[in-house]
Design a binder for this molecule. Sequence first.
Ligand SMILES: Cc1cc2nc3c(=O)[nH]c(=O)nc-3n(C[C@H](O)[C@H](O)[C@H](O)COP(=O)(O)OP(=O)(O)OC[C@H]3O[C@@H](n4cnc5c(N)ncnc54)[C@H](O)[C@@H]3O)c2cc1C
Length: 280
Amino acid sequence: MGERWQLRTSRGAIEARYVVVGAGYNNVPFIPAWPGRDAFGTTVLHSQNYRNGSEYKGKRVLVVGSGNTGAEIATDLVEHGAEVWWSFRTSPTILPRASLGIATQSFGIMLRPLPVKIVDHVVAGFGLVTVGNLSKFGVPRPTRGAYTGALRDHVLPILDVGLVTAIKSGQVRPVAAIASFDKSSVLLADDQRLQPDVVIACTGFRPALEPILGHLGVLDDQGVPLAHGPKDHAHAPGMFFLGYTNAISGNLREIALHARQLARLIATERKRTTVGATSN
Ligand SMILES: Cc1cc2nc3c(=O)[nH]c(=O)nc-3n(C[C@H](O)[C@H](O)[C@H](O)COP(=O)(O)OP(=O)(O)OC[C@H]3O[C@@H](n4cnc5c(N)ncnc54)[C@H](O)[C@@H]3O)c2cc1C
């Protein structure tokens, strides 16, 4: 960690031995480049702009995305009297938010140190016992393990706040992934055509670090930093990233742990280099 970083900021240049990047995993809303979307005459809203379901009473709404945001918005819409289709590409792992009074995230904290494949099996079994098999309601059993999904694809299991009941009662209708749009309808991957009054894209966010750091070789092909917490990347010694993992044990908890570890590491390193400099 000998060199110093030169940063160009909106308030002038800064020189620093250490840089901690915490600009947010959910920095910029992302909507896939669906063919024909520009010609589609109906609103496509990103979840970022959704407030609550009150304005959608009696409307036909297509919710897109099998993450927690899509699940919670679909449920909220049903509670406000909307007619909901739920479109997704990858069948999600769905777990109860809590069982026997214990928050599911607590299990995540306990399971986290175990090998990924074992956690995938344990979580799949837990989902089957608690939520059940939703295949006959149009949600196939997930083929991707929950922990694998978190580590590889940055996707967390859905923690159910009412979606499962809404699916079982037919108030949320699962449908295939979006293939394209034309002027008045949405064409799905199974050739079904829908004519919703609004599409709500719960398709996530991107860290959008490429313009700032893309030239350093520290991002993966999804633009997510390759190094996390108190470990820096060999290409960028002294540069650290906080908040860019999707932890099954909870992101806020993970960020707090990593932040403390990182602060200690930098303090120790500074002490070491200061002592080194004065004794030379
Ligand atoms: C809908 C939703 C529900 C969630 N629920 C939970 C939950 O129940 N439990 C949990 O643990 N986690 C949850 N999370 C995740 C959690 O909210 C995030 O992990 C956490 O807020 C991230 O904090 P952060 O400081 O890394 O990023 P942010 O809170 O996004 O803060 C990043 C900051 O950096 C600033 N910034 C961006 N670019 C630049 C730049 N170039 N220069 C300077 N500043 C910049 C931004 O303006 C922002 O102020 C949820 C996330 C979402 C979206």
